[in-house]
Design a protein around this ligand. Structure first.
Ligand SMILES: [Fe+2]
Ligand SMILES: [Fe+2]
Length: 472
């Protein structure tokens, strides 16, 4: 039996027997999944100083305590309702939002919830070996904080499936625990979530770029006419911010240390000789995770995206900032492939909604890269990091059939094969990273050689605090 207290919630779980029964059935499978596919080697003896959401107000959300990971209290929270909330875009604009799923949009909505839900456990699976190679206890704790919150995001989507999608929803909730990242027979739905994340540069880039795609998607779902979906995703956004903080500051600390080590190695020397991560390698990982995450936004021209918008299921990021919310006849200009050539074209904006969201995403990524470059500037470096052209290394959409360099110049297949590891991580780069991460750092206050300490600890605790401790 599970009790409502074991599952912190603001959805009236104790008064909803049907939902309680459904979750009672699902929870043991979830815990088993967490043990099998979650952080490897950190299931039984380790206590982690994590934040648990116990309510949606700021005080209830900043509750810190030591817990064993499988005993984390994964909760179900919806942001507070907005009084008299109305549909904010599309064909039904101005009508009251929905508290139940309209039959005609059931399949589309289920698909949106399942696709979002699938990414959450996938990322935990991808990251499950990282604890064995952590650069510090501070970073180890941050990894686990991200992991338990992705677990909570899975709970959030499973809550929606169980509450609003009947039997199909229950089946989908089971399948969310059956697909596995990178599994040949039952892979996760989206490609970026099947890529292995076996070193900490991958992890920081993933939380910078792929969790930011999460932010894109959550922003657009938080506009949804389905009010429980909107309220669920609105609360998830507050957690997502922390994931991107981990990614951005993780890379920033590596950059800081790389600059210090470059001075040690001599500017013309090889920073790898003193155990650092060279800027060209960092740039390659930006290229990789940025392009993979661009793919997550879907095809440039999409009738699905148009239908989601028209039906009020999925809006644009910060919909209120736009003037025209119906977008009945607005056009959108984008680069398109026409008979093998790139040219600027105009298409109905509704069919370009994936591209509109991608625009927001690229801008948000660029701000982060600009902040990283300030670190190089501060150290007196003339090198700069940058985002590759958005057509570079695409696996989805009309540019996936092309080969381009990061500046957007087209390449022949042969040139691409010959040169791709100038721009994307090679197996040698990965081997090097694993070699400097082979020894995990579990000593409080110590940091691996390739990364600078953070500016401050968690919740006012010092850097040498025992963020993860082993039970005696
Ligand atoms: Fe998430
Ligand atoms: Fe996340």
């Amino acid at each position: 039996m599970i009790s409502a207290e074991r599952i912190p919630n603001n959805v009236g779980l104790s008064g909803n027997k049907r939902l309680q029964r459904a979750l009672e059935h699902w929870q043991p499978k979830y815990i088993q999944w967490w043990r099998d596919m979650g952080p490897q080697g950190f299931q039984d003896y380790h206590q982690v100083y994590v934040r648990t959401a116990v309510s949606v107000d700021p005080a209830g959300w900043a509750h810190f305590e030591y817990v064993k990971l499988p005993e984390y209290r994964w909760g179900i929270f919806l942001a507070d309702p907005v009084h008299d909330r109305r549909i904010g875009f599309g064909d039904f604009m101005g009508q009251p939002v929905w508290q139940e799923v309209p039959g005609e949009f059931r399949n589309q909505l289920r698909r949106l919830v399942v696709t979002q839900g699938d990414t959450e456990p996938a990322s935990v699976e991808q990251q499950r070996w990282l604890g064995q190679r952590c650069p510090s206890l501070y970073d180890l704790r941050n990894l686990f904080q991200v992991n338990v919150e992705e677990g909570r995001h899975l709970w959030a989507m499973v809550y929606l499936l169980h509450s609003y999608f009947g039997r199909d929803g229950r089946d989908e909730a089971e399948e969310l625990l059956e697909r596995q990242s990178g599994n040949r027979d039952k892979p996760r739905i989206l490609d970026a979530f099947n890529e292995p994340i076996d070193n900490w540069l991958d992890f920081f880039m993933f939380t910078m770029f792929t969790d930011r795609d999460g932010k894109s998607q959550l922003l657009s779902l938080s506009e949804s006419s389905l009010d429980p979906l909107s309220r669920t995703t609105r609360f998830m956004l507050t957690e997502e911010a922390h994931h991107m903080f981990v990614g951005e500051t993780g890379v920033a600390r590596i950059l800081d240390r790389t600059c210090q080590l470059t001075k040690v190695a001599g500017f013309s020397g090889d920073v790898r000789k003193v155990g650092g991560i060279d800027l060209p390698t960092i740039q390659k990982f930006i290229n990789l995770w940025f392009s993979l995450s661009l793919d997550l936004h879907g095809n440039e021209v999409s009738t699905n995206a148009a239908a989601y918008f028209a039906n009020g299921l999925k809006g644009r990021a910060y919909e209120e900032k736009w003037d025209d919310h119906r977008v009945a006849d607005a056009m959108y200009e984008l680069e398109m492939m026409r008979e093998g050539r790139l040219e600027r074209s105009h298409i109905p904006m509704r069919t370009a909604m994936n591209e509109v969201l991608r625009d927001w995403y690229v801008g948000d990524c660029q701000s982060g890269v600009t902040r990283w470059n300030k670190i190089l500037e501060r150290h007196g470096f003339s090198d700069r990091l940058r985002l590759p052209d958005r057509k570079f290394n695409r696996g989805i959409g009309m540019f996936s059939s092309l080969h381009l360099d990061p500046e957007g110049h087209q390449l022949s297949d042969a040139d691409w094969e010959r040169r791709k590891h100038e721009w994307l991580p090679s197996s040698l780069d990965r081997e090097y990273l694993l070699s400097i991460m082979a020894e995990p750092v579990y000593e409080p206050g110590r940091f691996a050689n390739y990364i600078a300490p953070p500016q401050r600890g968690i919740k006012g605790a010092p850097l040498n605090f025992e963020y993860v401790r082993t039970e005696a």
